[in-house]
Each structure stands twice: as C-alpha cells, then as structure tokens.
Design a protein around this ligand. Structure first.
Ligand SMILES: Nc1nc2c(ncn2[C@@H]2O[C@H](COP(=O)(O)OP(=O)(O)OP(=O)(O)O)[C@@H](O)[C@H]2O)c(=O)[nH]1
Ligand SMILES: [Mg+2]
Length: 309
C-alpha cells in the first residue's frame, strides 16, 4: 500500500522547508510524489519543490480541504496511476484544515502515516486566534514547534503549553461516539523542520477511520477567518530598496508575502519570503517568470499595497 503524509500549519510556518529537508534527509532513494496546495493565484512552492524533486502536482486557486476536494482526489488518483509512487506527501495551504484531506487519502486507499502540523513558535501569538490554526492543531497527530532558533527557552515552553491546550480543546472527535479520533499525539521541536527519521518509518501511522459524519469538522473556516490575497505584478525597472522598504513596513493585517522580485539593481531574481514581520530574500537564478508579489492577510482587498507609477 502507498504511504502518505500530510503537512499542515498556518501561513509561512515552514511547511515547504520541512518537506524539502525531509525528502533530502530520508527519501533520496524512494519514489516520492508531492501534492502542494497554496493560498494564492500563483504557486511558488511547486517551483521550489520541483528543484528538489520532479513529481510535483500543484493545485492552486482554492482550498483542497473544501472547494477543491474533487480536484485533489482526481490528482491523487492520476499521480498513483501515472507514477506509482511509494510515498505521497501533501502540503496543504496555510488556510486549509487537514482532516478532510486525511479522509480523502484514506478513501483513496493510501495508508496515512502521519498528519504533521508545523507551528511557528516565534509568531504563534500573532496567528493563534484564527480558528483555522486551532483546527490544524486539533486535526494532526504530530505537532512540530518550528523556528526554535528564533525564540528563548521561556517562549518555547509557553508556546508548547498553549499548543497542548489547543490540542486538547480542538482535538477532532468522532461525532457518533464523542471519542477523540487520534488517540495520541507527539510534540517535536525543530529548526528548519528537521525531524528525526522515526516519524517517517510508520511510528505514528493512523488507524483506519470509518463512519465519520461530515459534521466532524467545520467547513466554513475561510469565511470565518476571512483571509484574502492580492497579487501585484511589478515592472522590471523597480529598485530593490523600494520593494525592501515596503516589505519592511507592512501593516499587521498582512501575514504572508511570497513572490519573486526582479529588481533593476540586483543581477538575479530574488525569492521573497515574509511571514509575520520576518523577511528574507533568497537568490533564484533559474527563475524565468514574471516579477510579482502575493500578499495574504485579512481584509486586504481594499487597501493600496504598492503605489507603482
Ligand atoms: N529562522 C528560521 N526560519 C525558518 C525556519 N523554518 C522555515 N523558515 C523560513 O520561514 C519562511 C517560510 O518558510 P516556508 O517553508 O516557505 O513556509 P510555508 O509554511 O511552506 O509557507 P506557505 O506555504 O506560504 O504557507 C522561509 O523564509 C523559511 O526559510 C526555522 O526553523 N527557522
Ligand atoms: Mg509552503
């Protein structure tokens, strides 16, 4: 039977980074397929992942846990038929909940070996009130406190305690019996999502679950959390300092920015990564597409993000 893993977690917490490190460290000799769903019209993760591994299916412009569930299932079936992977990894969008995806993978007769929820330990305070973030924790059995290089011991312990409380409260339950669906869970602490091998050797395999009503999980998360996105295409004569200044002064309702910037005074395209105030640029010399930024946050539709003349 084909094994599968789900990687979930809020916007920008380090899901793709964890996936890349996991594949590099443990799965170089295996046939891996990756399905990635991003919140945004233009996929970035697919491009990054394709540099590491070739069998990558991107499902964009919608959420695979609700709007795109049919497309997701079709994608899984096709990838199994055409590629016969040994293991499938699914990276959900930062605004998806993992449980419906788990049910789909199980219905498609893959063996779900773990639902990994990545948590940004440094920025947890800034996003923990979103219901999506709570259900992501509640619907997972491996909780990963990531970015611990950016926090002190006290913050780490505080976040760990909060995560445990959310887990207890939002643990997915069988609506028929009231029993928790995943009996146990484990917490790991990581930098750049580097996990021990045991996780990927079937240690946390989830038993088959049958007879769960649809009402076992809420499906209105996007409406409730009212996420929105805006894509801005940039002219190629833009200066790096201009973009950098904007990204260094973003309002709090913008959580995540991704994109590739081609600035006239920088010789290579730059991959932009912004999450909750943390900003970084990585060179992406092989990138041939347009210069653009995707802004994700709450109620950003009305705002003017970048003034371009
Ligand atoms: N300092 C530090 N940075 C990290 C760590 N893990 C990830 N990052 C950085 O965080 C940013 C976002 O990482 P991604 O892996 O793209 O996050 P993601 O969860 O896949 O993001 P979305 O798919 O957009 O929701 C990148 O700049 C990463 O390099 C970590 O442990 N420590
Ligand atoms: Mg990602």
């Amino acid at each position: 039977m084909i094994s599968s893993f789900i990687i979930t977690g809020f916007l920008g917490v380090g899901k793709t980074t964890l996936l890349i490190n996991t594949i590099k460290n443990f799965f170089n000799d295996k046939k891996i397929a990756i399905i990635v769903n991003e919140f945004g019209e233009v996929g970035i993760d697919g491009k990054i992942l394709k540099n590491v591994y070739s069998e990558v299916l991107e499902i964009s412009e919608g959420c695979i846990c609700c709007k795109l569930s049919e497309e997701f299932e079709k994608g899984v079936i096709e990838i199994i038929k055409n590629y016969q992977p040994e293991i499938i990894f699914v990276e959900t969008s930062g605004t998806s909940e993992p449980f419906p995806i788990f049910l789909s993978l199980q219905n498609l007769r893959t063996s779900v070996e773990g639902i990994i929820c990545v948590i940004d330990t440094k920025n947890f305070d800034k996003y923990k009130e979103h219901s999506t973030a709570k259900y992501q924790i509640g619907g997972s059995n491996i909780l990963v406190l990531n970015k611990i290089d950016l926090v002190d011991e006290q913050t780490l312990q505080k976040v760990k305690q909060e995560v445990k409380e959310i887990k207890e409260k939002f643990n997915i339950k069988n609506v028929l019996t009231g029993e928790p669906i995943f009996k146990n869970y484990t917490i790991y602490e990581t930098k750049f999502g580097v996990l021990p091998k045991e996780i990927f050797e079937g240690l946390y395999k989830i038993e088959d679950i049958i007879n769960i009503g649809q009402s076992a999980y809420p499906s209105d998360h996007i409406v409730k959390d009212s996420f929105s996105q805006k894509i801005v295409y940039l002219p190629e004569n833009v200066e790096f300092s201009y973009i950098d200044k904007i990204l260094s002064n973003l309002p709090e309702n913008i959580y995540r920015v991704k994109g590739v910037v081609k600035a006239k005074d920088v010789p290579v395209p730059l991959l932009v990564n912004y999450s909750f105030g943390d900003l970084s640029y990585t060179e992406m010399p092989e990138y041939k597409g347009k210069s653009f930024l995707i802004f994700i946050g709450s109620n950003i539709e009305e705002r003017k993000l970048i003034q371009l003349n």
